[in-house]
Write a protein that binds this ligand. Structure first.
Ligand code: PMP
Length: 368
């Protein structure tokens, strides 16, 4: 059991999710008065020097971690990744143009539904008929020449699939929903036109959405200034350094602390090595005897969300009940797919994975 001064369970939740303990401790220590500021981060003005420097440092650390090129803006927005399902087409999909979407998971399907309200969408490939158990291959993509962009979801949180190699879209900008794998491994920002992520898995608490957008694409937003609601226009947020309105100050602060923590761990290459080890241990246990069944195609397995099933729903219910009682919390799969899902993001401790593996062995021995 992970212990600090207080009792903490192993939190396998898909998001909001476990945060690094040193980050929580720093938040706790400084909550009443930020050092040198003498006010709580919950109280300071977003126009204050103190907050400006918190925001600037968070951006600088995101740029360092992600190797974000100078011709990309980093935006701190609200409304979750779900709002990006609308903002992306509102800003990037001009009348008369087509946006290609890869239907690779339940969140991609939601993104498609929203984009269709805005403009013309071509579903370039779909694995919905296979319950999104695998990712569409490059050879299956029916891409539109000269499309406005191609939208993909790099990690499918619900189904537990994750792209090892991003689709090749040629010169068409790639738009990537990285909500559940951003900063769990190195990312080639330059291959993207736009990247977005709700912060509440690997990056920080809920309430903050990070958007990284190539500057030339912002021109499409500039052209739509009169037509688009102001708050939905990327260019407005870029021109105002994410301070057009009140940003989620606490979430920005906490995310900044998580970025510092990732840097201290050695950055994204080091994070990826730990994540590969954690995921490797869990998949090895799933594959050990055939008692458990991984639901994602092996070559597409996610290191963030590990999905697996048991022989019967009865056994699955029993597994969830007993694992919860053993301090392994949040293993119930998404209601759309059932079974179990272990979300093991950056901050999820390796001894929590070890604890789950030994629980799985015991459970099999008793019930197999
Ligand atoms: N995309 C993906 C891949 C997700 O995992 C989620 C949330 N679980 C969303 C989008 C929706 O994010 P939000 O709740 O921040 O709107």
């Amino acid at each position: 059991m992970a212990t600090t001064a207080v009792h903490r369970v192993f939190n396998f939740a898909a998001g909001p999710a476990v945060l690094p303990l040193p980050v929580l401790e720093e938040i706790q220590r400084d909550l009443i008065a930020l050092p040198g500021v003498h006010m709580s981060v919950l109280e300071i003005s977003h126009r204050s020097k103190a907050f400006e420097s918190i925001l600037a440092q968070a951006e600088a650390d995101i740029r360092t971690l992600g190797g974000v090129p100078a011709n990309y803006k980093v935006l701190f927005l609200q409304g979750g990744a779900s709002t990006q399902f609308s903002m992306v087409p509102m800003n990037l999909l001009d009348a008369g143009a087509t946006a290609d979407y890869i239907d690779c998971g339940s969140w991609a399907e939601k993104a498609i539904k929203e984009a269709k309200k805005i403009g013309t969408v071509n579903v370039a490939a779909s694995t919905k008929a296979e319950n999104y158990g695998r990712l569409p291959r490059q050879s299956e993509l029916r891409l539109t020449p000269g499309a406005a962009y191609v939208h993909v979801t790099s990690n499918n949180t619900i189904e537990g699939t994750e792209y090892k190699t991003l689709p090749d879209t040629g010169t068409v900008p790639l738009v990537n929903d990285t909500s559940s794998d951003m900063f769990s491994r190195p990312i080639d920002v330059a291959r993207h036109g736009l990247i977005y992520a709700g912060a509440q898995k690997n990056m920080g608490p809920a309430g903050l959405t990070i958007v990284i957008v190539r500057e030339d694409l912002l021109q499409r937003s500039v052209a739509k200034k009169a037509a688009l609601p102001t708050m939905f226009n990327y260019a407005v947020h870029a021109e105002n350094s994410s301070l057009y309105n009140t940003p989620p100050a606490f979430a920005v602060y906490a995310t900044g602390l998580v970025m510092k923590w990732i840097l201290q761990q050695g950055g994204l290459t080091a994070m990826a090595a730990v994540n590969e080890r954690k995921g490797g241990k869990l998949y090895a246990e799933i594959d050990r005897t055939g008692y458990y069944r991984g639901t994602a195609a092996r070559e597409d397995r996610s290191l963030m969300n590990v999905t697996f099933r048991l022989g019967t729903e009865e056994l699955e219910k029993q597994f969830i009940k007993e694992s919860t009682a053993a301090g392994l919390d949040g293993l119930k799969g998404h209601r759309a797919v059932g079974g179990m899902r272990a979300s093991i993001y950056n901050a999820f401790p390796e001894d929590g994975v070890d604890a789950l593996v030994s629980f799985m062995r015991d459970f099999e021995q008793k019930n197999g």
